[in-house]
Design a protein around this ligand. Structure first.
Ligand SMILES: [Ca+2]
Length: 243
């Protein structure tokens, strides 16, 4: 939980963290003044990855491994793209989204020189690959940005914008950072450690079709196998209403 989270305090927060999952109804119980809404009940969720729940998450190729309350999305050395071992992602199964606030506490190991994409994405290509919808933050590691920089991207039916963001922190030093993607029909924003870094407001780039939340990295198709492994770790994921 970060400062921009649900402001759950005291003993209840401890109990919820042990439980690993919180519903909007439980969150409201600690906050009598907070108005319960149907939307909140439908979309509020936290996973602290004390276990990996396959009724919540569908794996793309290799499932993450749980270690000390973190989901380790591991890419192995020597494995060609588009295989188990070079692609490890998890897709949230209970809902697709047309808005929301998605906060992921994550860390990365040393930056590969090969073509690894890491990050967090909302994604849909139901209308075909040229009509994709996407919101993401992350980076493809063989490109030219420095180790504090990443891309923040938004696409509506194939019409996309990609922004360079300098986070001011080394993203590849194994430290955890809390990244938030927040969006609705009027804006898409990216924050790191509670600091708003970029906002997109041009509606031509803001997706309105329902998208899936997807965590984890892959060796990009066409890339060379890794010379050493790479891990994107996720300590927690929170899904909450916008606002
Ligand atoms: Ca955790």
């Amino acid at each position: 939980m970060n400062a921009r989270g649900w402001r759950i305090t005291g003993g209840l927060a401890v109990a919820l963290l042990i439980g690993g999952t919180v519903t909007a109804v439980q969150a409201s119980a600690s906050e009598p003044t907070r108005k319960k809404t149907k939307t909140a009940a439908a979309t509020s969720f936290t996973d602290t990855f004390d276990s990996f729940n396959t009724s919540t998450w569908a794996c793309e190729y290799t499932c993450p491994v749980i270690e000390t309350g973190k989901a380790r999305f591991r890419l192995k050395s020597g494995v060609a793209p588009d295989n188990y071992g070079s692609w490890s992602k998890a897709r949230y199964k209970p809902a697709r989204f047309t808005e929301g606030k998605f906060t992921v506490n994550f860390s990365l190991t040393e930056r590969p020189k090969e073509k690894v994409w890491w990050g967090v994405a909302l994604w849909d290509d139901d209308r075909g690959s040229d009509q994709f919808n996407e919101i993401n933050f992350g980076y493809t590691t063989d490109q030219s940005f420095g180790n504090t920089q990443l891309r923040f991207e938004s696409a509506k039916r194939g019409n996309d914008v990609s922004l360079k963001v300098d986070t001011g922190v080394d993203l590849y030093d194994g430290q955890y950072h809390s990244a938030t993607l927040e969006y609705d029909a009027k804006h898409v924003s990216f924050s790191l450690d509670g600091k708003l870094l970029k906002t997109i407001t041009d509606p031509q780039y803001i997706p309105t079709d329902a998208m899936d939340l997807i965590l984890g990295p892959r060796l990009v198709t066409g890339g060379q196998p890794l010379s050493q492994g790479f891990t994107e770790s996720v300590d927690s994921v929170e899904i909450a209403p916008v606002g």
